[in-house]
Design a protein around this ligand. Sequence first.
Ligand code: 13P
Ligand code: SF4
Length: 359
Amino acid sequence: MYFSLPQTYREAPAEELQERIIEAKRKLGHKLVILAHHYQRLEVVGFGDHVGDSYGLSKVAAEMADVETIVFCGVHFMAESADILSHPNKRVYLPNPLAGCPMADMAEMADVMEAWQRLEEFGGDKKVVPISYMNTSAGLKAFTGRHGGLICTSSNAPAALKWGFDRREKVFFFPDQHLGYNTGIRYGLKPDEMVLWDFSREEGGLTEDQLAKAKLILWKGHCHVHTNFTVEHVAEVRRDYPGVKVVVHPECPHEVVDAADADGSTSFIVEYCANAPTGSTIAIGTEINLTNRMAHEHPDKKIFELSGDTCPVCANMYRTTLNDLAYTLENYADLKPIEVAEPTRGEALVALEKMLEVG
Ligand code: 13P
Ligand code: SF4
């Protein structure tokens, strides 16, 4: 997809953009809400009416009664989910249409269907429940809804996994292997009860025996930002900063989560920093814009990035600029909203509503 802002918006100075955004917000009043994910640039977060993790922002999208227009400063799967949850009363706009999620792209519909066909030989809908991480296309959320499953986020993954095992013998979890594995361990599964479906290999690279014994079938997807963190990073900060607390996102590999003091969603990390006593030293293992914002918001604490100078940036979250936001707010009537068509929307909604029920 090609996307280019008109030159006047590309070249406008930051101060002018800020004034124009304030004015557009004033004009639209309570009909507009700007949702901003925690990984957005500091200056974009500043314009968020709600700033949150993917679970919290979905909830807001579902609940806001008076709003007609949602401008979602985040990535595509978040705006799609907001559209599904807020339909038909609200229109959702993604200020930078190129903002995707490479991890979500690791689960393609055709590959997932192939895996599910194989899992049908192990009981399909009677024995296996699909749990899709929020970071997926609407089509995969619909697949999950059709097969009695639900959507999870990093904040409700343990409850979602319990929900799945309360209903069926096996859980098919995609696309993030690390969130799935970390949640499986927390639930009490043993490593040999979890297998990894490698979509690049015939039959996922798994034998009949492995699939028959597995309780949790994990998709071989990952987030390149969070797999950046290593146990060596944790060891280094513990050596260099005695008393440091290490808090990471559960998309990190298990050994990193295991070595950390705490792990949780982006909102969990925000609260962890807010609740830490003055003078605390905290190393964060997640996207760098959130870490930098925590350091900025808590000058009474020493907060820094866990992996030293590797710069774990999510380029997709970083795409959205004040220029994009100003352009969207001033021209949204002529722009194409994010729209999920039926029957995908209805089927995905079933799985998303279960996510909200599980909490
Ligand atoms: P949260 O659900 O914790 O906001 O995370 C979303 C995400 O994409 C993390 O990489
Ligand atoms: Fe996707 Fe990773 Fe970016 Fe989150 S941080 S949006 S999982 S690429």
